[in-house]
Write a protein that binds this ligand. Structure first.
Ligand code: 26W
Length: 812
């Protein structure tokens, strides 16, 4: 978009006066921020009905609908200014008006409508779809409260509500006209009408689903503005009449209102365990049913038969949370559109595709039949029928394989297995990294792989390199563009053109300068927030991600405890000064992981104040890790800690963000680390620890004895003992961790991997001291990072799963 500075200034001042009735210099930063957003939206003509925005032709282009309970989009203003190509003009124009753009950017709330990897992935995917010109719409929930904000108080995590809507959120547009009713509870009456069974959902609880649209602007692509549609749950307007008000039953009327509003009240903060809460099921059905009704309405505007539905519509379900798409689409086709079962089923399966994001058994969703029946009675009937037909068909095809049927059925032991529903009801099932997909095929979903081998495929995750490199790391981006031009912004693989510079000393020195500068920025932030000074010329060794046992922050802190022991004993030890940085939230009920935060902060307190160390080592726990903080952290990292127990991390995406910013991965062969290693070569990554097949063999056959590791390695025994021998204070705070390691036989092989981890860490520390060799490897990581862009991932989804075209990314 072209906007000259003077016309921008004029438009901005006019807009401000129109909204506020006064000149900008009288306004607050928030008012200035809002005026800028409103102006940009108008300039982009984003106020019109988003449904038809991109599609004026009578023949509908194929639409991709990405259904996800989470979209972790973060801040939009600064990113959109870049995507629109007007950041410099706006910055300079505002400056001339006496306004600092950074102040306005700071006013925006981080939209934290997600937990971690899965939620940020969906945001990166919308970004790439908009860039590539794919008509791709997000469908989710407009949670009144996003992911809690984390405070660290006395070393413990404390959760505060994330009231991100307390001011207006100027990017969103309420689309009341597209409100739909979602029906819960009640019962189903069946009647035979003209020989056909007909279903009437009666006495249901009506819930209004009101859509709020957020525009998705891709880099340089203004012909296509996509849409993220988030649904808010509201009681029907005359709710007091509807429920028993006339009969004087106020409490029932009030209960109705609060039950309805609860649906879009808050994001569940668990990202690895399925608690089976009724409200969560209501959320899942709510946004699924609302989203599908939009799709159907739009489709019917452009088509008069459903036979071509799967050619015009692709529905992607992000994990099983939206898996009720399968029975709900069946319900719409049969009960509302009068299709027969077989036709409805064919279209449904051909339309829906499914991504699995975790193999942790405790994360797999299963809903008790009773809950499903009472909340969604008609949906339950359809699931039962899908299950019955599936069993019948399997029995017919494999009469001898009773076990197979039992293992793959949807309803079993009074529970509905959502992953089974998703696999049976979709045409594509993908994992998120090569290793993960292989584990799905050979372990977690192996029976399904024998039945439907053609459905399974891999789509290695990708991240928006425009957000996590171009926006987050402007100095590095400038250095890259000065050297190889700007193609890489549109075509991430062009980063490979950097590879010849690996032997260019002058370039490597510039690269090191950029890193140093970014580390200073983070060091200043740490100083401002925590009043702790860290040395920007020390190694920044960083692990930021959700805190979870399988991600093994524990292994990292045990390494730090060991280093601390050794450094105190031998102050002349030849180790390069290092700043260890952690960040990440814990699900509020996850006590074990909370005690790991406490262990980190306890060690931080001790190490940071120990004069004996002479500041050679610091430990920082950064509170409230979120998208904005992430954008400051990745550019400042030297070492990227990716140390999950092999086989447990489906892919990881932080690993990619670090790599693109020139950090060296210290990791296990897990998730996408395997592919990162293949891309950069063994000499540009540091790998340690058990392999996935070794871990899985132990899980299957036993044979691991954590006690032996502990007994046989004195340095390890010492740190484990320190958890409980009073060295960390008199409380019994860390007994649970100690027990998990020894009594419970160390489920995540922390002790087993300790030796190779600490040895490898030490080699990396030595390596860092060879500045040019280090910088050259950092550059290889950047140069090879392009393949981990979400553009690449989305092109694979578009080619192999959705069958939609995309625009060529070469500048036109
Ligand atoms: C029902 C509770 C619940 C909620 C969310 C269970 C599981 C989830 C997600 C599937 C967990 C998740 O975020 N998985 C992560 O997905 C990323 C994107 O694919 C991967 O990079 C991470 O490895 C994976 O842990």
């Amino acid at each position: 978009m072209i906007w000259l500075k003077d016309s921008f200034k004029k438009a901005y001042v006019e807009k401000f006066i129109e909204i506020q009735g006064s000149m900008p210099n009288t306004g607050t930063s928030w008012e200035k921020y809002r005026a800028l957003v409103v102006l940009i939206k108008e300039k982009m003509k984003i106020s019109q009905a988003a449904e038809s925005m991109n599609d004026s032709s009578p023949d509908q282009e194929k639409q991709v609908y990405y259904f996800s309970l989470e979209f972790l989009i973060g801040k939009l203003l600064s990113y959109y200014l870049i995507n629109l190509g007007i950041k410099d003009v706006v910055q300079e124009g505002l400056e001339e008006l006496g306004i600092d753009l950074e102040d306005l950017i700071a006013e925006e709330n981080d939209a934290a409508l997600g937990n971690g990897g899965l939620g940020r992935l969906s945001a990166c995917y919308l970004d790439s779809m908009a860039f590539l010109g794919i008509p791709g719409q997000g469908n989710g929930i407009r949670y009144k409260y996003g992911l809690f904000q984390q405070k660290i108080v006395n070393g413990f995590q404390v959760e505060l509500p994330d009231n991100w809507l307390k001011n207006e959120y100027p990017w969103e547009m309420r689309k009341s006209d597209n409100t739909v009713v979602v029906k819960f509870k009640g019962h189903v009456r069946t009647e035979s009408i003209k020989g056909k069974l007909t279903f009437f959902h009666e006495d249901y609880e009506p819930v209004l689903a009101v859509p709020y649209d957020i525009p998705m602007l891709g880099y340089g692509n203004l012909n296509r503005i996509n849409n993220l549609r988030l649904w808010s749950a509201e009681p029907i307007k005359d709710d007091l009449d509807w429920v028993s008000f006339n009969q004087g039953d106020y409490s029932k009327a009030v209960a109705y209102r609060s039950e309805v509003e609860a649906i879009s009240y808050i994001l569940y903060p668990e990202d690895s365990s399925h608690a089976g809460r009724e409200l969560r099921l209501r959320q899942e059905y709510f946004f699924t049913a609302a989203g599908l009704s939009t799709i159907i309405r739009y489709f019917k505007k452009k088509n008069n038969s459903f036979s071509g539905f799967a050619r015009k519509v692709a529905i992607h379900i992000n994990d099983t949370h939206p898996a009720l798409c399968v029975p709900e689409l069946m319900r719409i086709f049969m009960d509302e559109e009068d299709l027969g079962w077989d036709e409805a089923w064919n279209i449904t399966v051909n339309t829906i595709s499914f991504t699995n994001h975790t193999i942790l058994p405790e994360a797999l969703e299963k809903w008790p039949v009773e809950i499903m029946k009472s909340q969604c009675p008609r949906i339950y009937m359809i699931i039962e029928e899908i299950d019955r037909r599936y069993r019948e068909e399997m029995h017919h095809m494999h009469p001898e394989k009773r076990d197979l049927i039992e293992h793959t059925a949807i309803i079993r032991d009074g529970q509905i297995h959502m992953a089974h529903l998703a696999v049976i009801g979709s045409n594509s099932v993908n994992g998120v990294a090569e290793l993960h997909t292989k584990i799905l095929k050979t372990q977690v979903l192996k029976d399904f792989y024998t039945i439907y081998p053609y459905k399974f495929n891999n789509k290695t995750n990708g991240v928006s390199h425009r957000r996590f490199l171009l926006e987050a790391n402007p100095d590095l981006s400038r250095l890259i563009s000065e050297s190889i031009g700007e193609d890489w912004i549109r075509q991430s693989e062009s980063l490979e053109k950097l590879l010849p510079y690996t032997s260019d000393t002058a370039f490597l020195e510039k690269l090191a300068d950029v890193k140093y500068h970014n580390k200073c920025r983070l060091a200043n932030y740490i100083n401002d927030k925590m009043n702790i000074q860290v040395d920007p010329s020390s190694i920044f060794d960083i692990q930021v991600k959700r805190i979870h046992a399988y991600k093994r922050q524990l292994l990292n802190i045990l390494k730090i405890m060991d280093l601390y022991n050794r450094w105190r004993e031998d102050p002349s030890m030849d180790i390069y000064p290092t700043t260890f940085i952690f960040g990440g939230k814990v699900a509020p009920g996850y006590q074990y992981a909370k005690s790991i935060i406490k262990l980190i902060t306890t060690m931080a307190q001790r190490i940071n104040t120990d004069p004996a160390l002479g500041g050679k080592m610091k430990v920082i726990f950064l509170e409230n890790f979120n998208v904005s903080l992430a954008e400051m952290i990745y550019p400042a990292a030297d070492i990227s800690e990716q140390i999950s127990t092999a086989s447990q991390e489906a892919s990881g995406t932080g690993n990619m963000k670090f790599m693109l910013n020139g950090a060296i991965t210290l990791g296990t062969l897990d998730g996408a680390n395997v592919e990162i290693r293949r891309a950069v070569g063994d000499e540009n990554i540091a790998i340690f620890g058990l392999k996935a097949n070794e871990v899985m063999n132990y899980y299957q056959w036993g044979g691991y004895k954590s006690w032996e590791e502990y007994q046989n390695f004195p340095r390890l025994k010492r740190v484990v003992d320190q958890l409980v021998d009073g060295s960390l204070g008199s409380s019994n705070e860390f007994a649970g961790i100690y027990e998990s390691l020894l009594r419970d036989n160390d489920q995540y092989f922390v002790l087993k991997d300790f030796r190779s981890y600490t040895d490898t860490w030490q080699k990396v520390n030595l390596w860092y001291q060879h500045k040019l060799s280090w910088a050259s490897s950092c550059l290889v990581n950047i140069g090879k990072g392009g393949v981990f862009s979400s553009d690449r991932a989305i092109k694979e989804y578009a080619d192999d799963i959705w069958h939609v075209p995309y625009q060529n990314e070469i500048p036109g």
